[in-house]
Design a protein around this ligand. Structure first.
Ligand SMILES: Cc1cc2nc3c(=O)[nH]c(=O)nc-3n(C[C@H](O)[C@H](O)[C@H](O)COP(=O)(O)O)c2cc1C
Length: 250
């Protein structure tokens, strides 16, 4: 029997103390720290070691440009929604603000997952003092996604479409390794599906190979002391995640 390694406890502490950060200090990440975190993420396992993902890193002026473009798209999309059917028609005709991502990010949640999604949203808004009907404040908070929550660096993750769902699975493993390594290095992160809504600004900024599709982004930097960073939505019990056994064989 293998015995636990000396890292078991530290690993558990690391995993359980990571939280999504939604307010960052503007301080830049030293290149050596970013390099170390990326090297750790690169050590992730993948399907036949194909490593079927590519990343685009944005900091400095490019990050600022992407923030400006993405927030403009967000504002245009929101204005269209507020404008009722006429706004939506204008959105369809003008296309400015119409999501052009490779994957749909705004979909109806399956009924069994909706309660968890709702609880997470409500918990976050309650912590921020945003009421259920305060759509303006909710919108402003959603907009923060496209400001990378103030983080100095954003990483966009692209997956190879030829490996189907498995490239997405591999990218998820990469992302978790990145987030844990970042956390171990004193950095904070927020994985953001929202950052896959618009791909246009990224296609202009980077030479993205044709088979690679934008799956999500992650903001990286140093956490501020804003209370939003204390948000911990908790988890279902391990037992709840388990599929009950049908056969009575042990
Ligand atoms: C793939 C993925 C996409 C996510 N997208 C967003 C997002 O667009 N905006 C956001 O604020 N949080 C996003 N999150 C963060 C989740 O809401 C968060 O991980 C979850 O509520 C659990 O909280 P914790 O990370 O603090 O443990 C995302 C997380 C993952 C893994």
């Amino acid at each position: 029997m293998q015995h636990a390694t000396p890292w078991a406890e530290s690993f558990s502490t690391l995993v359980n103390s990571r939280r999504s950060t939604r307010d960052f200090l503007p301080d830049a990440i030293p290149q050596s720290v970013l390099d170390a975190v990326l090297a750790d993420a690169n050590a992730s396992p993948s399907w036949s070691n194909t490593q079927p993902y590519r990343i685009a890193i944005a900091s400095g002026a490019l990050r600022d440009r992407l923030q400006a473009e993405l927030t403009q798209l967000f504002d245009a999309g929101m204005a269209a929604q507020r404008g009722g059917w006429w706004g939506k028609l204008k959105l369809l005709l003008g296309r400015k603000g119409l999501p052009d991502g490779d994957f749909v990010t705004n979909f109806e949640y399956p009924s069994d997952l909706q309660p968890r999604r709702r609880a997470t949203g409500h918990g976050l808004y309650a912590l921020l003092g945003i009421g259920r009907k305060d759509t303006a404040a909710r919108e402003a908070q959603m907009r923060r996604n496209f400001e990378f929550f103030g983080a100095p660096t954003a990483i966009f993750v692209f997956v190879h479409s030829g490996l189907r769902e498995f490239s997405v699975l591999d990218a998820g493993i990469w992302l978790q390794t990145l987030m844990l390594s970042a956390h171990a290095h004193g950095l904070a992160t927020c994985a953001q599906g929202a950052l896959a809504t618009w791909a246009g600004p990224l296609r202009e900024a980077y030479e993205i190979p044709p088979d690679y599709k934008l799956i999500c982004g992650v903001s990286l930097g140093y956490a501020s002391s804003h209370p939003v960073n204390q948000f911990n939505p908790g988890r279902a019990d391990v037992a709840e995640s388990q599929i009950p056994q049908k056969l009575s064989i042990q």
